[in-house]
Structure formats: C-alpha cells, structure tokens
Design a binder for this molecule. Structure first.
Ligand SMILES: Cc1cc2nc3c(=O)[nH]c(=O)nc-3n(C[C@H](O)[C@H](O)[C@H](O)COP(=O)(O)O)c2cc1C
Ligand code: SF4
Length: 449
C-alpha cells in the first residue's frame, strides 16, 4: 500500500483501514487498561503508558544533565506516565553520539541523582503516581562523535550501505568489546545509587550492541554465528543481572530491515519481511539473564526512519504506508510475547496514530499483544497527555505531534532538540536559524527504499 499522510477522522476510519490491510484489531471501548499497573519479574509499573527514550542532546560537556535536560524531565515527571525513560546515556566517552549526550560516571552521579529526584518531585507535585524510571545505557558505535562533534565511528564491521561517506570507519577490536561489559556494570551500579528503578541496555537503532547482532561477516568471537553475534549483549545482561542489583530491561531491535547479510531479524529472501527465529532465541536468553522488560523497536533512524518512527514529512516519501509499517511492528511484538511471555513487552510507534492511539493500544493490550504502550515524540509535543487521557479518556488532537521530523532535523544538525511545533523554546530556536541555514531533513534517501 502506498504511503499517505495521517488523515483518519475517527477510530472507525482507522479500523476500516486495518481490516483492509489484514490487521485484526478493533479499537477498545474503554482505554481503562492503560491506567492499570503492569507487573512481572519483580517490577511494577503504576500504569501502562511509557515515555520512551528521547534524547534532547542538551547535556553538559562532562555528560551531566543540564538545566534544559531538567526542564524536559520535570515535564515528563509531571506527565502521569507510569514509565519514564531517561534517554540514551553513554557508558564510555568514545561511545557518545554527540558531545552533549548524557554520560553516567562517578563524576556525574550527583547530577543524575538530582535528575531522578527532579522527576519524582515533579510527579508528586502534580499529584501523579511515582513513575518507574529507567536509564538507557549505550555505546553509540558507528554513530559516535568526537568531543568536537565530528564523526568518530566505531563499527562492528564495515557496511557499504551505512558507512559514512569519506570516513574510514574503525572496526572495534575484540579486546575493546571484551572490556565493555565492565563499563555497563559500572554504569548500572551508579544508576542504582542515583535512584533509578531500572537500567536499559540499548540494543537497537544501529548502535553498537544492535549492530553486532547482525555482524555475520565479522570474524572472531563477536561475529559470524548467532552465539558470537549476541555474545556482547548476552555477557552484559548476565553480568548486570548478577552484579548490579537493579532491574534490567533491553530496548531491542526486533528486526533491522537491512538487506541480508547485514541486519538482525530479517528474512534472507526479502529484508522487509521480519524473520523472528533469532530474535526469539535472543529474547529467551535475555529473559534467562534476568531481563524483566523488553522494549521492542525496529529499523535505524539514520537509514530507514520510516521503519523506526512513522512520519508524514521528512527527507523522502516513505516507500510503504506508515500504518502498515506501524502495525507490522506491533505484530512482531505480539509474536515475541506469544513465544516467551515471561517479561513485560513494550511496543513502540504510538505517536503517528495521534489521538487515536489509545483505543488501539488498549485493544492490543487487552488482546495480549503487548503489556505497555510506548510513546516517543508525543512526549516532546504533548507531555501532559497521559494525565489528560487517564482523567478524561481522550487526547486533544490539536496538541498532538504532527510527525514533521523537525525535532530530528535539529538533532542531526548538532542542535539541542525538542518539539519545534508545540514547544515555544524550540520554535524560537528553529526560527532563530536563518532560513537558508535551517536544518533540512537529513535522513538518507537510499536506493533500496
Ligand atoms: C529527537 C528524538 C530523540 C530520540 N532519542 C532516543 C533515545 O535516546 N533512545 C532511543 O532508544 N530512542 C530514541 N528515539 C526514538 C524514540 O524513542 C521512538 O522509538 C521513536 O520516536 C518512535 O516512536 P514514536 O513514533 O512514538 O515517536 C528518539 C527519537 C527522536 C525523534
Ligand atoms: S517537531 Fe514536534 S511535531 Fe514535529 S515530529 Fe518532532 S515532536 Fe512531532
């Protein structure tokens, strides 16, 4: 089906579209399930609305949250979301995706403690439940930058489609990979001290741990066979589970949608078709290592953003309808949860559905497809929607994210980021950039899309 911008006038119109593409999901009569707790493997979320990791690229040079970072998380804390994710946070300097990416170290621990306290205090002052707070630990791999903001990619293995033009990527050595679990364990212990409920080990969106899962061409102990490709995420989760005394989750790319032999979870005959054989084995391993929640996602925001965050406007027209892409994702989560239900599963990409998302998310939860509904961009555009939704049963369509990709444009051009459309601070920032220098969607238009 060809892409068309979001134009559904009602839940019924969307339901009709879903029937046409063979998705068996009708909107729930009540969204009440979104307000109920979700519990599994020792963790409890006060409700099933999650604000997913959303980087603002506004940390201090040493990786501590800045005042602008605190502004964002104060809003998230007051939002009523039962789950608040603190964005991608590097465990090592050479793995930062930008010079303002957060980094959790002994030096920044006091600032992270203040961040957690800020979120909890904001929730309390707003009369909301104490949210479950996770911090996402990452190594940015091929998207790492130098302290000056220049590309400093560290790749699992060269990849002609994704290697930056004009830069010879450095392949990370086996010794460097073997040293990384210590960094994740150290950061997880610091996260516990800072007061987080949980650490997320980021294995998605083309960053290092995710890239390794598809490194079929890499020789040695971290490439080739399935066991070798998952060695790092397996070791990290096993060690964090044993040594860090904090709940653990993984944000997992269920399928990358890169042409084979690159990419994880892709069918050899057609990379657009998910093959969940290996993702299921990985999920089994993660759960046996103590992972309590799997936040499912897909694709790569630098390469195939239509797979990762459905949009209406960006640097290219999505090659397939975003409604199909989105429900393809939900179906993969459903399949994983049916395979191994011994963890909580979070599904992504709610934002593109605007104010129609809640009844469909509630229906999917009621039907056992997943347990928690994750919103990304909506948290930037409309941070108090959970409160409104849980109190009044609806979202205000005039406050919703319009999926215009301007927040990504700001980020990709080295700026701090937030919602350009709905948040005055970022509207003014965007407008202060002379039109000819304004960031244009920088996402790649590739032959295969
Ligand atoms: C500006 C921006 C920053 C993001 N930062 C992160 C991040 O730090 N970690 C992560 O896993 N995903 C990140 N994402 C992806 C979102 O968490 C989410 O998966 C994506 O936006 C799709 O969900 P949505 O359709 O609800 O927005 C980011 C997305 C955007 C647009
Ligand atoms: S700038 Fe705002 S409206 Fe546009 S995609 Fe980002 S969050 Fe949504």
């Amino acid at each position: 089906m060809k892409h068309s911008v979001f134009s559904y006038s009602s839940c019924n119109a969307l339901a009709e579209q879903l029937r046409a593409i063979g998705v068996d999901l009708s909107p729930a009569d009540s969204i009440a399930v979104l307000g109920t707790p979700a519990a599994q493997s020792g963790i409890t979320l006060p409700n099933r609305i999650a604000f997913q990791a959303m980087e603002g690229c506004d940390g201090e040079a040493d990786g501590a949250p800045s005042d602008l970072t605190l502004r964002r998380y104060r809003r998230f804390g007051a939002s009523g979301a039962g789950f608040v994710y603190v964005e991608a946070t590097a465990v090592i300097k050479t793995g930062r995706a930008n010079p303002r990416q957060l980094m959790l170290t002994p030096q920044t621990l006091p600032a992270f403690t203040a961040l957690v306290n800020t979120i909890r205090q904001a929730a309390q002052e707003a009369g909301q439940s104490d949210p479950f707070i996770a911090v996402q630990l990452t190594h940015s791999g091929r998207y790492s930058k130098s302290p000056a903001g220049k590309p400093a990619p560290v790749v699992a293995w060269p990849d002609p489609e994704r290697d930056p033009k004009g830069v010879t990527p450095t392949v990370i050595t086996d010794e460097e990979l073997a040293a990384l679990p210590d960094r994740f364990v150290q950061a997880a212990k610091l996260a516990k001290q800072a007061g987080f409920n949980c650490v997320d080990i980021k294995c998605c969106h083309g960053y290092l741990l995710n890239e390794l899962t598809g490194a079929r061409l890499r020789p040695g102990p971290f490439g080739g066979s399935f066991e070798n490709r998952i060695r790092l995420i397996d070791t990290i989760t096993r060690r964090v589970g044993r040594e860090a005394d904090i709940a653990m989750m993984v944000r997992l790319n269920v399928h990358d949608e890169y042409p084979y032999p690159y990419g994880f979870g892709v069918a050899q005959h057609d990379f657009r078709v998910p093959d969940l054989t290996e993702p299921k084995q990985l999920v089994d391993r993660l759960i046996s290592n103590g992972v309590a929640l799997i936040d499912c996602t897909a694709g790569n925001p630098y390469y195939n953003p239509h797979v990762n965050r459905p949009f209406d406007k960006a640097g290219y027209v999505p090659p397939v309808s975003q409604v199909e892409q989105l429900f393809k994702h939900w179906q993969t989560v459903r399949e994983l949860k049916a395979h191994n239900p011994n963890a909580l599963y979070m599904a992504s990409m709610m934002t593109w559905l605007r104010h129609l998302a809640p009844p469909f998310a509630a229906a999917a939860i009621n039907a056992g497809w997943f347990d928690v509904a994750g919103w990304g961009r909506q948290s930037f555009a409309y941070p108090d929607f959970p409160k409104q939704l849980l109190n009044e049963g609806t979202m205000d369509p005039t406050k919703c994210c319009v999926c215009c990709s301007k927040c990504t444009d700001l980020m990709r051009t080295g700026n701090v980021t937030g919602c350009v459309v709905r948040d005055r601070y970022y509207t003014d920032l965007y407008r202060s950039i002379p039109p000819e220098q304004r960031p244009v969607a920088t996402t790649n238009v590739r032959e295969h899309v």
